[in-house]
Design a protein around this ligand. Structure first.
Ligand SMILES: [Zn+2]
Length: 305
């Protein structure tokens, strides 16, 4: 038995809290937002290893499990939706709101799990087990659909780029934008690219960031990790992405067009530029984003050829 330790719940706004899920066993790396009004709801589910912590947070906030109506997942990657199956078993009235292109992967997670296993190697056990979700517990929303959550209104925003099955959610009354991975990772005050394999797309990401900016959010609520006032992070990420792709492209060319050599050269370069690559976990994340960026560049190259 692993103890939960302290369940960290941070108030973001009235009746909106952030639960630190201790993703990969670490604080402030992954979060789940919790609306605690009459219609309780979660934004994100974390991995299945996060479920006990989320349920404990519900208890701590005095929200009965019957009251949780929705689990909004930004996309189906396991650190966002892997725990949704475990949660719907524990939350009898909850439905999982998921992008039309992601729903079948939650109904049958086998392909998703296989692709994560391939992408993350020995880190795989940290992603927990993904339990299939029965069809009647899945809900595919329209782009722009609005959900009433007590005093909050949450609007669905199609947000492809990080993945084709990515949604953002915009809380209209307070102007809070739940960015998932569409606006990168925001860790310890630093923006880190989230350009993981297999389907990162630069043009779609930039178009999404422009669309998100047009909503004029008052704060960005990152899954990784936490709320950040203002909308400047959207523009910063739109500037970071092309620079990042350029770094990866240069490393690819100087690394003799070999993937491992490219990642190694890139990490060395980033260490000199003060990126958080001496942290083993972030180093792995950044290496994974480098692989995704490389895949995108090679796809572009193949299309031009
Ligand atoms: Zn993520």
């Amino acid at each position: 038995m692993v103890g939960l330790g302290v369940v960290l719940v941070i108030e973001v706004a009235p009746s909106l809290n952030l639960v630190d899920t201790w993703q990969f066993g670490r604080p402030k790396l992954g979060g789940v937002y919790l609306f605690s009004g009459e219609e309780a709801a979660l934004v994100e589910a974390g991995t299945s290893l996060a479920a006990p912590r989320i349920l404990a947070a519900l208890g701590e906030l005095g929200i009965s499990r019957e009251k949780v109506r929705w689990i909004f997942v930004t996309h189906v990657h396991l650190d966002h939706a892997g725990g949704a199956g475990a949660l719907v078993r524990a939350l009898p009235h909850a439905q999982v709101v998921v992008h039309r292109r992601g729903a079948r992967h939650l109904a049958d997670p086998s392909r998703l799990v296989a692709s994560v296993r391939q992408a993350v190697g020995e880190r795989f056990p940290l992603y927990g087990e993904a339990i299939p979700i029965p069809q009647d517990r899945l809900y595919v929303p329209e782009d722009g659909e609005v959900f009433s959550l007590g005093s909050h209104r949450l609007r669905v925003v199609d947000a492809p780029g990080h993945a084709p099955h990515h949604l953002c959610f915009f809380e209209e009354t307070k102007g809070l934008l739940f960015t998932g991975d569409a606006a990168g990772l925001y860790l310890n005050g630093k923006l880190v690219p989230a350009t993981v394999p297999p389907s990162f797309d630069l043009e779609l990401s930039l178009a999404t960031l422009e669309h998100l900016s047009s909503l004029a959010p008052k704060a960005l609520c990152y899954t990784h990790f936490g709320p950040r006032p203002g909308a400047a992070g959207l523009r910063e990420y739109a500037e970071l992405l092309p620079r990042w792709l350029e770094l990866v492209r240069k490393a690819w060319e100087s690394g003799g067009r070999d993937e491992e050599a490219t990642v190694k050269a890139l990490l060395e370069r980033l260490a000199q530029e003060d990126w958080p690559v001496d942290d083993p976990l972030l180093r792995e994340d950044i290496a994974m984003s480098a692989r995704g960026a490389l895949l995108y560049l090679r796809r572009q190259e193949a299309e031009r050829a």
